[in-house]
Design a protein around this ligand. Structure first.
Ligand SMILES: NC(=O)c1ccc[n+]([C@@H]2O[C@H](COP(=O)([O-])OP(=O)(O)OC[C@H]3O[C@@H](n4cnc5c(N)ncnc54)[C@H](O)[C@@H]3O)[C@@H](O)[C@H]2O)c1
Ligand SMILES: N[C@H](CO)Cc1c[nH]c[nH+]1
Ligand SMILES: [Zn+2]
Length: 434
C-alpha cells in the first residue's frame, strides 16, 4: 500500500532551521555522493577504457565491447520506431527549433569614436559532450533539448552519451538532430570519459546535460579537476514548486506534483498556498492518483523530501519561492500572468491551470534543461548562448591611438604598470619621428 503522508506544514509554525533547510536545498547525502564520484573520476582518469567497462558492468549491468553506437544501428533506428512517435518527435523538434532559433544574438560592431572600432563576435564552442539521462528511464526528449541549440549555435564536434542499452527511439531522436557520434556510457564514468578522454574517447571542452545526483556531482567535480573544462549548470534531480490560490483545481495540482516526483528517488516537489482546505484537497488527490501510477517507489521516496506549506498570504508564498528558486514554478492562480513581475528566481515558469509542466518537458518549445538545488538564483535554463562564446574585437587607427595615448599613460602609471605605458609610447615615438 503506497500512501502519500501528510507533509502539510504551517510556515509560521516552522523553526528557523526547518525554514533554512527548505530554502537552501540541504542535501544530507552530499558527502557520500561526493566521495563516491571522486573515486570514479580518478579511476577513469587513471585506467581509462578499462574503468569505463568496469563501471558500466557494475551500474548498468552491461558488458560493453564498443563504446560507440555503430553507424549502421543509428541509420536503422528509423525503421524500428513507430510512426506516431516520429510525428510527436517532429512536432517537438519544430517547436524547440522555432523558440531556440530566436535566441541567436546579434553581433555588435560600433565606432566608439572616429578610428576606434569595437566589435563583439559570436563563435561556437568546439568539441562538446551532451549527457542524456537514462538510468531510471531514457529521457529521449533531452536529446532534442541539447542537440537543437548546439546545432543552431554551430557546434561541430558533438558527442552524445547515455547509459546503455540505448533505445531505438533515442537513436532516432539523435539522428534527426544530425548527431553522429553516440557513446553508450552513463553516470559519473561517462562524465569522466568526456572530461579526461581515454584511448578511444576524445576529451571535450564543455559538458552539457541533466542527470541524477551522481552525474551532476561528477560534472561539478570534473570542472574543478580539468583546467579549461566548462559545464552548462548543475541540473540535478527534478523539482517543482506550485503556488496556488483558492480558485485552483486540486486534482490538477496533485497531478503536476506527481509528474515531477516520479522522476527520481531524490526529486522534490512543493506546494505553497495560503488556503489550508486546498492543501487537504491536494493531499486527497495525491493519494487517489498514485494508485494508478507505475512509478510509486520513486514518488514515495521523493515525497519524503517534499512538502505542502500553508503560508499566511500569497505575498509570503512568492517570497519563499524566490528564496527557494525552483527549477519549475507553476502558478495555479487566477489571472496568473499578472504575478510574473513578482518572480525573481525560477528555472522556468508555467502560467495558469492549463499549462502543465509536462508540456514544457516535451513540446512547448522551451528548454527543459534547468538549474536545480537553488541554482536558479544565478543560472538560467539552457539556451543557444550556452553553446557559444562571445569574443570582443578592437581596432585603432594610427591617428586615433594618439587621442588615447595620454590617458592610457595616466591609467597605467596609476597602476604602476610601466610596460603597459611603454607599449603605447613606443608607438607614439615611432610615429613622431617618421
Ligand atoms: N534539472 C534538469 O534539467 C533535469 C532534466 C531532465 C532530467 N533530470 C533528472 O535527471 C535524472 C535522471 O536520472 P537517472 O538515474 O534516470 O539517469 P542518469 O543517466 O542521470 O544516471 C544513471 C547513472 O547513474 C549512475 N548511478 C546510479 N546509481 C549509482 C550509485 N549508487 N553509485 C554511482 N553511480 C550510480 C549509473 O552509472 C547510471 O548509469 C533525474 O534525477 C531527473 O530528475 C533533470
Ligand atoms: N522534467 C524534467 C526536467 O526536470 C524533464 C523531462 C524529460 N522528460 C520528462 N521530463
Ligand atoms: Zn519531467
Amino acid at each position: 500500500m503506497y500512501k502519500i503522508s501528510k507533509n502539510i506544514f504551517n510556515w509560521d509554525n516552522m523553526s528557523i532551521i526547518e525554514k533554512i533547510n527548505i530554502i537552501t536545498s540541504v542535501n544530507n547525502k552530499k558527502c557520500e555522493i561526493q566521495n563516491k564520484v571522486f573515486k570514479i573520476l580518478k579511476d577513469v582518469e587513471k585506467h581509462g577504457d578499462v574503468a569505463l567497462k568496469k563501471y558500466t558492468l557494475k551500474f548498468d549491468k552491461i558488458k560493453l565491447n564498443d563504446f560507440f553506437v555503430s553507424r549502421k544501428r543509428l541509420k536503422k533506428s528509423s525503421l524500428l520506431v513507430k510512426n506516431d512517435f516520429k510525428k510527436a518527435i517532429l512536432m517537438s523538434f519544430n517547436n524547440i527549433q522555432k523558440f531556440h532559433k530566436l535566441q541567436k544574438i546579434k553581433d555588435i560592431d560600433v565606432n566608439i569614436s572616429s578610428g576606434i572600432r569595437c566589435q563583439r563576435i559570436t563563435t561556437p564552442i568546439d568539441s562538446i559532450g551532451l549527457y542524456i539521462p537514462g538510468g531510471i528511464t531514457p529521457l529521449i526528449s533531452t536529446v532534442l533539448m541539447l542537440s537543437i541549440p548546439a546545432k543552431i549555435a554551430g557546434c561541430s564536434n558533438i558527442v552524445l552519451c547515455s547509459p546503455p542499452p540505448i533505445k531505438n527511439e533515442m537513436l532516432y531522436a539523435a539522428k534527426i538532430c544530425g548527431i553522429k557520434k553516440i557513446l553508450q556510457l552513463g553516470g559519473a564514468q561517462a562524465i569522466a570519459a568526456l572530461a579526461f578522454g581515454t584511448n578511444t574517447i576524445h576529451k571535450v571542452n564543455k559538458i552539457f546535460g541533466p542527470g541524477n545526483a551522481f552525474v551532476t556531482e561528477a560534472k561539478i567535480q570534473a570542472r574543478e579537476l580539468v583546467s579549461g573544462l566548462s559545464i552548462d549548470m548543475p541540473a540535478g534531480p527534478s523539482e517543482v514548486l506550485i503556488i496556488a490560490d483558492e480558485f485552483s483545481n486540486p486534482e490538477f495540482i496533485a497531478a503536476d506534483l506527481l509528474a515531477q516526483a516520479e522522476h527520481d528517488y531524490n526529486s522534490q516537489v512543493m506546494l505553497l498556498t495560503s488556503h489550508k482546505n486546498l492543501a487537504y484537497d491536494v493531499l486527497f488527490y495525491l493519494n487517489k492518483q498514485i494508485k494508478n501510477l507505475s512509478r510509486k517507489e520513486y514518488i514515495i521516496s521523493s515525497w519524503k523530501n517534499s512538502k505542502i506549506i500553508v503560508t499566511s498570504s500569497l505575498e509570503e508564498s512568492f517570497n519563499i519561492s524566490n528564496q527557494y528558486a525552483p527549477e519549475h514554478l507553476i502558478l495555479h492562480l487566477q489571472n496568473a500572468r499578472k504575478y510574473l513581475s513578482q518572480i525573481k528566481n525560477a528555472g522556468s515558469i508555467f502560467i495558469g491551470s492549463w499549462t502543465p509542466e509536462s508540456a514544457g518537458d516535451y513540446i512547448t518549445g522551451t528548454n527543459h534543461v534547468l538549474p536545480t538545488y537553488g541554482y536558479a538564483k544565478t543560472y538560467s535554463g539552457l539556451s543557444v548562448l550556452d553553446f557559444q562564446k562571445l569574443i570582443t574585437v578592437q581596432e585603432i587607427s594610427k591617428i586615433s591611438l594618439k587621442d588615447l595615448a595620454n590617458n592610457i599613460s595616466i591609467l597605467s602609471k596609476a597602476e604602476g604598470l610601466d610596460a603597459h605605458d611603454y607599449a603605447v609610447s613606443v608607438r607614439m615615438n615611432s610615429w613622431k619621428f617618421k
